[in-house]
Design a protein. Structure first.
Length: 263
């Protein structure tokens, strides 16, 4: 329970933005059904000594628990906790829940049971929600992406920031020294700064691009290389800015003249 509480109060608190209207309505139905059951249970506890209430009885809570877990695809206890602590869920709670009434009003209690039965039936026949309800999907994706980048970093012999340059700016000798004979693309990477081992100043790209598509790839890239200087992965810097910050200050830089500098 504590872990869920921490989750709901963190920056990854659940939202409703990723749900369709029908899915949001289904979640609202589940919340209303639970609220109705709570009122019925309180009313029954208050009036159970009366024979008419004993005859009408109290709905089986285990049935409601099973239906909610199957329909919303979350543990029932997490559902109960989220009703009270997930801010995004507050707008789905009934504005005027059924009030407790005098025990003499058994017909009102019967009406409450009928309303609850209809709500529960709507849950039973609904298509289950498979999307996550207790996490923010956008943040979850970001966390997964960060974890993947961290795995790249652990496997890397070199992590570097590079920019795209035209290979024609290199002399024929430089091209022969830096590029593989089979590399035919016009564009290459120039290393500017990085971490761990220092790679060659110029490298062939992990993808081949032509001049017409150059604008799609412009900007700096973060690359991960293994011990054989083969690409593990490459990402546009603008997409991984937070991860780059987590790497700390760069361990080396290459100036405009191609000279290696270490802080």
């Amino acid at each position: 329970m504590f872990s869920l509480f921490s989750l709901l109060l963190s920056s990854t608190a659940p939202t409703l933005d990723h749900l369709t209207l029908s899915e949001r309505n289904l979640l609202q139905t589940a919340i209303h059904t639970q609220t109705s059951y709570n009122v019925i249970a309180d009313q029954y506890a208050q009036c159970q000594q009366i024979k008419d209430y004993q005859i009408l009885g109290l709905p089986e809570k285990r049935e409601l628990t099973s239906i909610i877990e199957a329909t919303l695809n979350i543990p029932y206890q997490n559902f109960l906790f989220a009703i009270n602590h997930a801010k995004a869920w507050q707008s789905l709670k009934p504005r005027e829940p059924m009030p407790l009434v005098d025990c003499s009003k058994t017909m009102v209690y019967q009406d409450y049971l009928d309303q609850y039965a209809l709500q529960r039936f709507a849950l039973e026949i609904a298509e289950p929600i498979t999307k996550p309800l207790l996490t923010n999907p956008v943040n979850s994706q970001q966390q997964e992406s960060t974890a993947l980048l961290q795995s790249y970093a652990q496997r890397s012999s070199t992590i570097a920031i590079v920019n795209i340059t035209d290979r024609q700016t290199l002399t024929a000798i430089e091209q022969a020294n830096f590029l593989h004979l089979d590399y035919t693309s016009r564009y290459i990477y120039r290393i500017t700064q990085g971490w761990k081992n220092v790679p060659p100043l110029y490298m062939g790209m992990h993808i081949q691009i032509n001049e017409a598509d150059l604008n799609k790839f412009e900007g700096d890239w973060l690359i991960f290389l293994d011990a054989q200087k083969q690409y593990i992965a490459a990402r546009p810097v603008e997409d991984v800015a937070d991860f780059i910050k987590s790497l700390g200050k760069t361990e080396w830089q290459v100036d405009s003249n191609g000279n290696l500098q270490r802080p």
